[in-house]
Design a binder for this molecule. Sequence first.
Ligand code: GAR
Length: 212
Amino acid sequence: MTPLRVAVLISGNGSNLQALIDAAADGTLGGDICVVVSNRAEAFGLERARQAGIPAHVIEHRAFADRVAFDRALLDLLQGYAPELVALAGFMRVLGSEFVARYAGRILNVHPSLLPAFPGLDTHERALHARVEEHGASIHFVTEALDAGPVIVQGKVTVSDGDTAETLAERVHGVEHRIYPAAVAWYAQQRLVCRDGRAWFDGSPLEEPKIL
Ligand code: GAR
């Protein structure tokens, strides 16, 4: 099978990007990262991409009048790399309907909570405030609704009394680095598809997210 062409969108540190780069390098991803795009010039993930010999681009969202114009610039850039999958890895921009429609069923996101709990920002603080016993990370297909597309796989951490947002973030990151490459590999192997607004795995709709 030819390796899946994966575009990765980032905004910051890029530790999830690094997990995908490492999995591509050791052959477990089933894909190659063909391009990395950041909406912030200072994102350290750009350096990780360059170190790995992956084309790295910046499209500053601030340079565009609105979301539609930014999304179009992103679409134009990506078109030249012909990605089959777009992986959002700490990409802190909401993608609009035109972008989502162009890559319908072919966009994945990693989110630092056990969705549908805590969509949006500050998930670790909110998990602590809510005194949940379990927290974690989710990989989901992206739809127009923020953090609400079909969830594919989750990994859990147990919340302890002494946890802070920082300690939780660190453990959740560890989970993300495990489950994101796995989800991309399933997609590359065509075990995972998004159809009729649902995630399908090995030919059956997922009733519950898989747990890794
Ligand atoms: C990750 O924890 C990811 O789940 C989160 O940003 C972090 C990026 O870390 N994404 C979101 O909150 C998306 N709404 P990284 O840059 O080190 O991969």
